[in-house]
Design a binder for this molecule. Structure first.
Ligand SMILES: *Cc1c(COP(=O)(O)O)cnc(C)c1O
Length: 336
């Protein structure tokens, strides 16, 4: 596996730190918890989409694109990071937002990531939940082409084999870091949505024959659908790397018991996890992804899923910028 064979732009702040979470480990009574700070990738406040965009934007540049089209939910972190790198590269960026929650809250619709999308001067357009977003992007691309532009479509979450290379790279980075520290990693845990992060990690860690198990915590759909999405993309990513067959179905595991009422709606356990990480480690999680991912990790620890001696790495995929769109989800008292 040699990632330098693939076109890539270098703008992420890498390697991201791998740090112990001592107070949280102690509070939960083991295992040994570590955090891989992919919320600190540098671009637009950071997050997991930046790693994917290093490969995706290189493909767009190779294609001589002058305009990026992408899509996501209203508080999409992917949209924010894409708008930022498009601005830096002097490209236009059109963002199609699917209104998956139907929230009428002004903070949700205009603060957080949406405020930042607008700061990056990306035109936004809202679509009702359930819209065929890929068809909507194709339609916009056709209109822009007839207006003389050269659009490049990045799928939701940047999740295709090109984008997933960003997380193959993260897998190799984690192996290098843990080798250098003499740290034996047993499990990697993170929030999984559009599947590119988990697919890249699984392809990279399996391709390197690392023996490290990856556990996704779902934020949207049921387990079987999520695992199938991840497996399909992990296979396609491995194929793209010339490692066909390296990914086995049983290496793809997602726990979708922490979704709550649905995508973008924090559950009680999500809020508990966000508050706990803030108060024990000073770390900011988000209400859509990393808060649910951490709720999953905490839940599994409480159920005795891990041995006390094991080392667990939580990949912090970012998203804290969305907190400002979710003030309503927290029940803080008024002050005088
Ligand atoms: C997109 C996102 C995820 C999920 O990553 P996928 O590659 O879409 O599965 C997790 N956390 C945050 C903060 C995200 O923005």
């Amino acid at each position: 596996m040699h990632l330098s064979r693939f076109p890539r732009l270098h703008f992420a702040h890498l390697p991201t730190p791998l740090e112990p979470m001592e107070r949280l480990s102690e509070l939960l009574g083991g295992p040994r918890l570590w955090i891989k700070r992919d919320d600190c990738t540098g671009l637009a406040g950071g997050g997991n989409k930046t790693r994917k965009l290093e490969f995706l934007m290189a493909a767009a540049v190779a294609d001589k694109a002058d305009t990026i089209i992408t899509q996501g939910a209203t508080q999409s972190n992917h949209a924010r990071q894409t708008a930022a790198i498009a601005a830096k590269l002097g490209m236009h960026c059109h963002i199609l937002l699917e209104d998956r929650t139907g929230s009428a809250d002004v903070e949700y619709n205009y603060n957080g990531n949406v405020l930042l999308d607008q700061l990056y001067d990306a035109p936004l357009k809202k679509y009702p939940a359930g819209t065929d977003m890929n068809a909507a992007m194709d339609e916009l691309a056709a209109a822009l082409k007839s207006a003389g532009r050269k659009p490049y479509i990045i799928p939701g979450g940047g999740s295709n084999p090109i984008g997933a290379l960003g997380y193959v790279n993260a897998a190799l980075e984690l192996l290098y870091q843990s080798n250098a520290m003499g740290l034996q990693v047993d499990h990697v845990v993170h929030a999984t949505g559009s599947a590119g992060t988990q697919a890249g990690l699984v392809a990279g860690l399996a391709g390197a024959n690392s023996g490290i198990a990856v556990l996704g915590v779902g934020v949207r759909v049921a387990q079987e659908i999520q695992e199938n999405n991840v497996f399909k993309l992990a296979r396609a990513t491995a194929d793209y790397l010339g490692l066909a067959e390296v990914v086995k179905r049983e290496q793809v595991v997602a726990d979708c018991g922490y979704v709550g009422k649905g995508y973008g709606i924090p559950a009680e356990s999500t809020i508990e996890a966000i508050e706990l990480l803030a108060r024990t480690e000073g770390i900011l999680l988000d209400p859509v992804y990393s808060g649910k991912g951490m709720a999953g990790l905490i839940g599994m620890i409480r159920q005795g899923h891990f041995k006390a001696s094991e080392n667990i790495v939580f990949v912090h995929t970012g998203g804290a910028q969305a907190l400002f769109g979710y003030r309503d989800a927290f029940d803080f008292p008024a002050y005088q």
